[in-house]
Design a binder for this molecule. Structure first.
Ligand code: GDP
Ligand code: CA
Length: 319
C-alpha cells in the first residue's frame, strides 16, 4: 500500500512513527512543510523536515519533540560570546552539523529534495521524505507590535519561538508559495497513492502551507485515493503548541469540527476526532465527511499506532 502523508513537525513526526508500526509493509512518502524554514548564522534550517528525520531515525530529543538527543550548546554559547544572535532559536552542536551539511550542498547547487535525501541516507527514517518544494517559501505572520502598536510582519519562527505567539496573529502568509513548484516526486506520489493522510499537524502553518504550493491542493482533491485526516484540536484546544492563534488568523474556530470544515469535503473523505469531541461527529458527517471519534492522544507508541489503525480503517470505508 502506498501512503502519502502531508506533515509538519512534531505532530506529523509522532504520528508517522505510529503509522510505521501500524502499517509496517506500507510504502510511505512524507511531503514535508518547508514554510518554517529559516536562515540563521548563514545556515539553512528546516525544522519540520529535521523533526521528521530525527524522530523516525532515532535521533530526536523525545521530551522536547524537536532537536537532537544528547545535545550540547557550545557553538551557540560561543556565538553569544561574540554578541551574535539570535539567542531565542535553540540550535545545538549536533543539530548544527545537519544545517552545515545542508547549506554546503545547497551552495554547491543541489536542490533541497536531493539534500534531504542525502541527509536521510544517514538517518534511514524508513519513509521517503520529500520537501513540499525545492523553492524557498517562508511563512510570515502579521502582528500588532505590542510596544509601538504598529502593524509589523515577522518570520513565523520569530512569532512562534521568540514571541511564543503571545499576541494575536492578524494574517499568516506563506511568502513565495504562489511562485513555488512542488518538489520532484510530490505530485507523482499523490497521484499514485492508495491513501493520503493529514496527520494531527497544524492545519494552517503545516498542512495549509503544503496545500498552498500550486498544484498540491488540486492533486490531493483529484487523487483517486481516499484522504483521511486526524484532528490536532482536542476538546477545543491544540494538544500542544499555539495552533489556535493561527487558526483565528484565518477565521477558523479551534474545534475539531471547524478544522474539518476548513479543509472541506472537497479535500477530506474522512476525519477522526478525539472521543472528547464525539459531539461534533454529526456536524462533520453532515458536511459530507465520514467521521468517527476515537482516542487521539499520542501518549505512547501503542496509542499512536492505534490512531493510525483507525485512520486506515476509516479510509477503507471511505473508498
Ligand atoms: P510543528 O510543526 O512542530 O508545530 O508540528 P505539527 O504541525 O506537525 O503538529 C502540531 C500540532 O500537533 C498541534 O496543533 C498540536 O495540537 C498537535 N498535536 C500534538 N500532539 C498531539 C496529540 O497527541 N494528539 C493530537 N490529536 N494532536 C496533537
Ligand atoms: Ca513546524
Amino acid at each position: 500500500m502506498r501512503i502519502v502523508v502531508l506533515a509538519g513537525g512534531i505532530g506529523g513526526a509522532r504520528f508517522l512513527r505510529g503509522l510505521k508500526s501500524a502499517a509496517p509493509d506500507a510504502d510511505i512518502t512524507v511531503i514535508g512543510n518547508t514554510g518554517d524554514d529559516i536562515h540563521l548564522f548563514g545556515l539553512k534550517v528546516c525544522p519540520d523536515l529535521d523533526t521528521v528525520m530525527y524522530t523516525l531515525g532515532g535521533g530526536i530529543n523525545e521530551d522536547q519533540g524537536w532537536g537532537r538527543t544528547d545535545e550540547s550548546f557550545t557553538v551557540k554559547e560561543e556565538l553569544a560570546a561574540y554578541g551574535v544572535g539570535p539567542s531565542w532559536f535553540g540550535l545545538g552542536d549536533r543539530d548544527f552539523a545537519t544545517h552545515i551539511v545542508r547549506t554546503q550542498m545547497l551552495s554547491a547547487g543541489y536542490p533541497l529534495s536531493a539534500v534531504t535525501e542525502a541527509l536521510c541516507d544517514r538517518w534511514q527514517p524508513g519513509v521517503r521524505l520529500l520537501p513540499m518544494s525545492d523553492d524557498r517559501v517562508e511563512t510570515h505572520v502579521a502582528i500588532e507590535d505590542p510596544e509601538s502598536g504598529e502593524r509589523r510582519v515577522v518570520h513565523f519562527q520569530e512569532y512562534w519561538v521568540k514571541m511564543r505567539a503571545a499576541v494575536d496573529a492578524q494574517a499568516v502568509v506563506p511568502v513565495g508559495a504562489d511562485q513555488a513548484k512542488p518538489a520532484p516526486g510530490v505530485l507523482e506520489a499523490i497521484a499514485a497513492a492508495d491513501l493520503i493522510l493529514f496527520p494531527p499537524s497544524n492545519p494552517v502553518v503545516s498542512v495549509g502551507t503544503i496545500l498552498a504550493v500550486p498544484g498540491i491542493r488540486e492533486a490531493v482533491a483529484e487523487a483517486a485515493a481516499p484522504v483521511v485526516g486526524l484532528s490536532p484540536i482536542v476538546g477545543g484546544a491544540p494538544v500542544r503548541g499555539m495552533a489556535d492563534k493561527v487558526l483565528a488568523a484565518v477565521g477558523v474556530e479551534s474545534t475539531a469540527a471547524a478544522v474539518a470544515l476548513h479543509y472541506g469535503s472537497g479535500l477530506l473523505d474522512g476525519w477522526l476526532v478525539d472521543t472528547a469531541d464525539a459531539g461534533s461527529v454529526a456536524e462533520v458527517a453532515a458536511a459530507g465527511i465520514r467521521c468517527r471519534a476515537v482516542p487521539l492522544m499520542m501518549t505512547d507508541a501503542e496509542a499512536t499506532a492505534a490512531m493510525a489503525r483507525e485512520a486506515l480503517a476509516l479510509a477503507g470505508e471511505a473508498r
